[in-house]
Design a protein around this ligand. Structure first.
Ligand SMILES: Nc1ncnc2c1ncn2[C@@H]1O[C@H](COP(=O)(O)OP(=O)(O)OP(=O)(O)O)[C@@H](O)[C@H]1O
Length: 391
């Protein structure tokens, strides 16, 4: 698991005052024959979170989303939706209850080719038992928001890939679910539509829990406030995009790209990271205060030796504390940090802008996870182990 700031909560879901858990995955796992596709998937998520699910090909992302959506039976563990538990032996009635709360956009956006766009959406609305009035209003708003109204009477069979994706997203949203599970939602969209769908996801995420699987790392800081990284069927990182980006700096990969008080975020997957040198070491309580300052996403104390080895800075040699501070995308943490230091009578010796890069961090993390996998427990299958649950 990534080193989360030891001092303070890095995510809303860690904050005791944050909203209670909507979805809990407790050791969910899936075995296909002898192959363990996903093992011990454990996390808690709340309404208002947009979570990016990342991992290389075959990592287990789609399998995980399908288990969470209730369309694939788990062979180990269980998920809980607001306290109600579902495991691989859940009855069809239970699964239907789960599916009423969840919207799932599967990989590849399968549609009914013989139906028009409108007929497809009406069919899904009918399956969810929506009244005619609710159905008409909601479908009109969805088609409008996803720019598919002009294609309402077009057969799904003849839609382009991008429009198929949009129709599938509208279908996932028809019943206004609390939880949205999106498998590569922007795959096949043109750049303008990618932007529009990302903005829509952010908008939807204000009141829902959204889990998005994506290979497009540059979209992670734009739409997600939390990242889960999987490899070999296991979760290896659960923290903010900023904290993920910061791991690329702490490993020295981008050490040469620093510019003092630099401002721009060069690469599209870059995030602001600051190396902060203070006149004295901080207590745990002080570290916690710093991590709660506006604009601060995460902090990691840096060993002086690590920083010295990279830039031989005399300021670093003489200092009592070096912190790596991951900033938020659109909020500069430096003014609040300067005020805090002044109030605490701690000298702020240096604040150097470093560039954290999610892509670099992702490659490093996944390489490490693949090279040093922890042993995968192969547990006995439940009675319904190899059955798929119809959607
Ligand atoms: N129905 C199935 N039967 C057998 N093996 C499967 C099945 N579905 C997935 N797997 C295996 O489980 C592992 C995880 O697959 P999964 O599709 O979940 O990965 P992924 O992270 O979504 O990959 P990608 O990024 O390529 O879509 C893979 O080794 C895959 O071959």
């Amino acid at each position: 698991m990534a080193a989360r700031s030891a001092a303070a909560p890095a995510r809303a879901s860690d904050d005791p005052s944050a909203s209670p858990a909507l979805l809990v995955s407790r050791g969910l796992g899936r075995q296909f024959g002898q192959q363990q596709a996903v093992t011990g998937l454990t996390f808690t998520a709340s309404r208002g979170e947009v979570i990016g699910l990342l991992g290389p090909n075959g990592a287990g992302k789609t399998t995980s989303l399908r288990m969470l959506a209730g369309t694939l039976a788990a062979t180990q563990g269980q998920l809980e939706l607001e306290g109600e538990a579902f495991d691989g032996r859940a009855s069809q009635r239970q699964l239907n209850r789960l599916k009423r709360r969840i919207g799932y956009l599967p990989e590849g956006a399968p549609l009914w080719p013989q139906l028009t766009v409108r007929e497809s959406l009406e069919c899904v609305a009918g399956l969810h038992g929506l009244s005619r009035k609710v159905r008409n209003d909601r479908l009109a708003a969805l088609m409008d928001r996803l720019d598919i109204t002009p294609f309402a009477n077009q057969l799904c069979a003849v839609l382009s890939k991008g429009y198929r994706r949009r129709v599938a997203l509208a279908m996932a949203l028809t019943h206004d679910p609390d939880i949205l599970l999106l498998d590569e939602p922007t795959d096949g969209l043109d750049p303008l539509q990618k932007d529009s769908v990302r903005a829509f996801i952010r908008e939807l995420g204000r009141e829902r829990l959204i889990i998005v699987s994506t290979h497009l790392l540059e979209e992670v800081p734009r739409i997600c406030d939390r990242v889960l990284v999987m490899a070999n069927g296991q979760l290896g990182f659960d923290d903010t995009p900023e904290a993920l980006a910061a791991t690329s700096v702490s490993e020295g990969i981008l050490g040469g790209s620093r510019s003092r008080y630099g401002a721009g975020y060069g690469a599209s997957s870059s995030l602001p990271v600051w190396r902060v040198t203070l006149s004295r070491a901080l207590s745990e309580r002080e570290l916690a205060s710093v991590s709660r300052l506006p604009g601060v996403a995460a902090i990691t104390p840096v060993k002086p030796g690590d920083a010295m080895a990279r830039d031989k800075s005399p300021l670093v040699v003489s200092t009592g504390a070096v912190l790596r501070l991951a900033g938020r995308l659109h909020q500069d943490p430096r003014p609040a940090l300067a005020r805090w230091c002044s109030y605490m009578e701690i000298r702020l010796d240096e604040c150097v802008h470093e560039r954290g890069d999610i892509e670099v961090a992702f490659r490093q993390l996944v390489t490490r996870m693949v090279e040093q996998p922890s042993p995968l427990p192969m547990r006995k299958q439940t009675p319904r182990a190899d059955q798929e649950v119809s959607s």
